[in-house]
Design a protein around this ligand. Structure first.
Ligand code: NAP
Length: 307
């Protein structure tokens, strides 16, 4: 049995986790990053990143993730593939239970990110992977010259609707209000694009189709009008939910499951910090995830020095 006690364990390999890893290695801490999938996080499924400084022409989400991973590995960060299922704070060290084995550390940085929320309408689960998608970057090319819908009105929905114009011949952008939540630049792109039709004040009632998506039933929020839109793809972008199920009962979470921290990214448990989308905060951007992580790691280092 491996009884190594790390200085710091970083949970999650998105921009926050990888940044914490870079800072940990540069501080010569004994660190390990644990990620259940490929490092990169949600940015991997973001087609294009236009607002991360240092890339004047923008950069593909996949490439940005890959560069962060390479930078962390250049400093020698060990990256382990495992899924964390539990967390014990009893005893002198934090014990993190993985599917493969337990890990021990003096400090922990939780950077486990968030996943796309489901819409929760009939047909969504059954037709996922058969026309229902949460990743335009992955599935967009299958919709060449077809008609699709994007559901949501935030940055993700609008950004991915614009991306889908490369393939689909028509994109319905379905939003439950009469105003988009997305930033102005994205709004302008969507509102002026000839392939995008905004359907305001509409909610999806159901996703229809035998083996593949064939139509969306869409209701006016006043509840008076229901229409059926024949189309082949439905991309759902109605927000995110934090990856914190495994923390229930051990760490204080807010009503949505996000982790509250102070301005040092410290949770209520000494030695446990949170960074990135999993943290309760106002702005979720790659740049804010990176900033959280630098703060969290330096605060963790300070905590370790004072143990
Ligand atoms: P979000 O900002 O929470 O937006 C979710 C959208 O879905 C909102 O427009 C919301 O409507 C709508 N919605 C929620 N539940 C719904 C339901 N049940 N039925 C229909 N519509 C529903 O989520 P996001 O767009 O995924 O963004 C998440 C975070 O990542 C944000 O902080 C965002 O700024 C950031 N992000 C940034 C970029 C960028 O900078 N380029 C790109 C992607 C994401 P209401 O508006 O009515 O609430």
């Amino acid at each position: 049995m491996d009884t190594t006690i790390h200085d710091v364990i970083i949970i999650g390999g998105g921009p926050a986790g990888l940044t914490a890893g870079i800072y940990a290695q540069r501080s010569k801490l004994a660190a390990v990053l644990i990620e259940k999938m490929a490092p990169g996080g949600q940015v991997l499924s973001t087609n294009w990143v236009d607002n991360y400084p240092g890339f004047p022409e923008g950069i593909a989400g996949f490439e940005l993730s890959e560069r962060m991973r390479q930078q962390a590995e250049r400093f020698g960060l060990p990256i382990v593939a495992d899924e964390i299922t539990g967390f014990s704070l009893e005893g002198p060290h934090k014990v993190i239970q993985g599917v493969e084995r337990p890990y021990r550390a003096r400090a922990v940085i939780v950077a486990s990110g968030a996943i796309w929320k489901k819409l929760g309408v009939p047909g969504e689960e059954r037709l996922t992977g058969r026309g229902v998608s949460y990743c335009a970057t992955c599935d967009g090319p299958f919709y060449q010259d077809l008609e699709v819908a994007v559901v949501g009105g935030g940055d993700s929905a609008v950004q991915e609707a614009v991306y889908l114009t490369r393939f689909a011949k028509k994109i319905y952008l379905i939003h439950r209000r009469d105003q988009l939540r997305a930033c102005r630049t994205l709004q302008e792109k969507a509102l002026t694009h000839p392939k995008i039709e905004l359907l305001w004040n509409r909610v999806v009632e159901s996703i229809e189709g035998a083996d593949q998506v064939e139509a969306l039933k869409v209701k006016d929020v006043s509840g008076l009008e229901v229409e059926t839109l024949p189309l082949q793809g439905a991309f759902i972008y109605v927000g995110i939910q934090p990856n914190t199920d495994w923390l229930q009962g051990t760490l204080h979470l807010d009503a949505q499951g996000f982790i509250p921290t102070d301005d040092r990214m410290a949770t209520k448990v000494p030695g446990v910090f949170a960074a990135g989308d999993v943290r309760k905060k106002m702005v979720r951007q790659i740049s804010t995830a990176v900033g959280d992580a630098a703060t969290a790691l330096l605060a963790a280092e300070h905590y370790l020095e004072n143990l």
